[in-house]
Design a protein around this ligand. Structure first.
Ligand code: 5GP
Length: 253
């Protein structure tokens, strides 16, 4: 069997050359990292859950007209995506204060923000993905003004979509991070939502109990990460409610 070409290995995913030109296979690993990889572990099943959840969100976004890089899920751990050039920014949308915003501005976690706030971080692990302004982005040529208008619009559309989906299953979307890819169609460039959307890159709290159902469970040692991610998948209808009932063989007469 021919060995496929590895293009990139990140903290949570490995990218391989896809079967057609312009495609990539995105493999979801079980590795979990936090605090710029200072904390590391292998969480069995995380990759499978993120693959399923990211597929669900990307397909849904496509259905409401938000372009993404997603083509199809290939198996439990892999999905086929369109190859794109990643804009070197992490685009963060916040509905409630948490994480670095709470630390930076001294706002209690869980405080509802007056409106969604979009932040940009420069994607560079060696610098710890620093927060940057649109001035930095323009001055250093990371994205044009037109790109920034499109990125803001994409980020807010993703926020509306994800907030609605989550609210429907009793979960508050506190914040999330997306990455944006450029796809070239002849002379034209399109911006699409790329990378993944999963509990690794969102903060998700149960509406009633405020129980955390995202990567903060790992970052802050709050219990089982797979239980938290499975709960999100279960509420979205991506997992059977009672796995035992379908794993049991049934005698057919
Ligand atoms: P914070 O800036 O509060 O650490 O993160 C804000 C949101 O963006 C959180 O939902 C967090 O999970 C996500 N986020 C920020 N940086 C990263 C990153 O490097 N990787 C991933 N997967 N998510 C991130």
């Amino acid at each position: 069997m021919a060995r496929r070409k590895k293009i990139y290995e990140g903290k949570a995913k490995t990218l391989y050359e896809g079967p057609e030109p312009g495609t990539i296979v995105q493999y979801f690993k079980d590795d979990a990292t936090a605090f710029n990889a200072e904390k590391k572990d292998v969480i069995e099943g995380k990759g499978v859950l993120n693959n399923l959840l990211s597929e669900y969100f990307m397909v849904g976004l496509g259905q409401v007209g938000v372009p993404t890089h997603f083509l199809k899920r290939l198996n439990m751990r892999e999905q086929l995506v369109r190859s794109c050039e990643i804009v070197p920014l992490e685009v963060i949308v916040r509905n409630y204060a948490a994480g670095t915003m709470s630390k930076r501005l001294g706002i209690a976690e869980g405080t509802q923000l007056p409106r969604p706030i979009v932040e940009y971080c420069y994607k560079d692990d060696s610098l710890g993905d620093p927060l940057v302004t649109e001035e930095h982005i323009a001055a250093f040529g990371w994205a044009s003004q037109q790109d920034m208008d499109d990125i803001l619009s994409l980020a807010l559309r993703v926020n509306d979509f994800l907030s609605g989906i989550m609210y429907g299953v009793g979960i508050k979307l506190i914040d999330f991070k997306i990455e944006i890819g450029r796809i070239y169609d002849g002379d034209f460039q399109r911006l699409v939502v790329a990378d993944e959307i999963s509990p690794d890159s969102c903060r998700l709290w149960d509406i009633k109990t405020e129980q955390k159902l995202d990567k903060d469970v790992f970052r802050r040692d709050l219990g089982s990460l797979t239980d938290a991610y499975s709960e999100v998948a279960r509420r979205l209808g991506l997992m059977p409610n009672n796995p035992a009932s379908i794993t049991k063989p049934t005698l057919i007469n």
